[in-house]
Design a protein around this ligand. Structure first.
Ligand code: ADP
Ligand code: MG
Length: 422
């Protein structure tokens, strides 16, 4: 029956993806368009070899490998598959040979045209495009078939079930294309993930190296700064340079300590303290910074609890978050801090009425060196998240562009420090 035959074809059609993704995955050949072209060519030829013959026609899924070959292997691969397909058809011969040529040439036009746009789309849209590209050869075949049947209606013994065949054929052809492209997309995603893992491993090593360099640089910097401060009072000629030199040195120092904090937060002094006190202290500390830009900074404390952690580190983490909130907020804007104890944890929520972030920015927040500011280092958020996560807490960002941002910090009352960070 036609269905069994066509299901066998589905298997033949996906065989190339399976073989190049699993057998030849790590080898260069697995990505060569020539190799893919040949694999899909073999697959198309096998489809034709096992075709279902009825009403003077061959019923098979030969165009599915062709479409997949053009899309996922590129034009070279497509041409090789097309050549294999035409060659097999020629060997098979028969009266309807010319129809085979016509339908093959017309069928490959749409996928070749679509290929130009194919890789500009995200994976899901690419699958939709494959459906269109798979539909097209089915329509071409159908039209050719109908006209052929119409012209030869007297000579030909046409099966009663021909329309059923056409329907089944069309559906299975589309299913096969979708299945093939989903598999291809899965392979692509798997490879991307592997690359990502490799890259992050490399970054990890680089990060450790950078941390040790930063550590080494910090000491001489402190010495230079100390001596400059001593010389500041004595050297009359260059005295107006000193404030600038010292402020730049402080900036360098703060970048280095931020970086070191990110690389390995150190929890030196664990103490039990009132979180409400810390929040109030932060609010007072940052108030001048906010007022300078005409921003009102308020805090609301629902109730107080004691928490056990490194006070200075937590303070640093919250300062970074608050500073970002103030920096993102325009004049007359508001920044608020809210403290809500919730059972075994405490929530600190920082809201601002600032410029907010796009989805893309939101997904990048907390990644190293991501900054949208001219003088930004892209370290602050990262450090905050690292510190809070090392304390066993969690930071969540929600933001609406133009409306503002909400940063929600959840902390356990007693910090459970990660092993390597204490
Ligand atoms: P920096 O402040 O040096 O740019 P951060 O790591 O502190 O580096 O912040 C990274 C980026 O995240 C900022 O440049 C900003 O674009 C974005 N960001 C952080 N907090 C907010 C916020 N509250 N509102 C809008 N954008 C924010
Ligand atoms: Mg910042």
């Amino acid at each position: 029956m036609i269905i069994e035959k066509l299901l066998l074809h589905v298997l033949i059609v996906i065989a190339p993806v399976l073989s190049y993704s699993f057998l030849f995955e790590s080898r260069k050949i697995g990505k060569s368009p020539y190799f893919l072209g040949i694999l899909y060519g073999v697959s198309a030829s096998l489809c034709m070899y096992f075709a279902y013959f009825n009403s003077g026609l061959y019923w098979d899924l030969r165009y599915v490998p062709l479409v997949l070959s053009i899309f996922y292997g590129g034009p070279i691969s497509g041409i090789i598959t097309l050549t294999a397909l035409l060659a097999t058809r020629t060997v098979m011969g028969g009266e309807t040979l010319y129809l085979g040529y016509i339908s093959a040439s017309v069928a490959c036009i749409v996928p070749f045209i679509l290929y130009k746009y194919f890789w500009r789309f995200p994976p899901r849209k690419r699958i939709y495009m494959s459906i269109i590209a798979g539909l097209w050869p089915a329509i071409v075949q159908l039209l050719i078939l109908l006209s052929y049947l119409y012209i030869n209606s007297e000579v030909l013994q046409v099966d009663q079930d021909i329309y059923l065949y056409i329907a089944v054929f069309g559906i299975i052809q589309i299913l096969a294309v979708v299945f093939g492209s989903i598999l291809n997309e899965a392979v692509i995603e798997r490879n991307l993930m592997k690359d990502e893992i490799r890259r992050s491993e490399k970054q990890h090593t680089l990060g450790e190296l950078a941390a040790s360099i930063a550590h080494e640089v910090r000491n001489p910097l402190t010495v230079v700064k100390g001596f400059l401060q001593l010389m500041e009072g004595e050297d009359e000629r260059h005295k107006h340079y000193y404030p600038l030199i010292l402020s730049e040195l402080s900036r360098a120092e703060s970048i280095i300590s931020d970086y070191l904090n990110f690389a390995k937060p150190e929890f030196k002094k664990i103490e039990t303290f009132s979180i409400a006190e810390l929040v109030t202290e932060l609010s007072i500390l940052l108030n001048p910074y906010a007022l300078k830009d005409g921003i009102s900074l308020t805090h609301l404390i629902e109730s107080d609890v004691k928490i056990t952690t490194d006070r200075n580190q937590l303070k640093q983490a919250l300062i970074n978050i608050l500073k970002n909130a103030v920096e993102a907020t325009p004049k007359e804007g508001r920044v608020s801090i809210k403290l809500i104890p919730e059972g075994e944890q405490v929530k600190i929520i920082v809201r601002d009425t600032g410029k907010g972030m796009t989805k893309e920015q939101l997904s990048r927040i907390g990644s190293l060196f991501f900054s949208t500011k001219q003088q930004g280092t892209g370290l602050g958020t990262m450090v905050s998240i690292r510190i809070i996560e090392s304390m066993g807490g969690k930071v969540e960002y929600t933001s609406k562009i133009g409306k503002g941002t909400k940063v929600s910090v959840a902390l356990p009352l007693i910090s459970s420090f990660e092993e390597d960070s204490v």
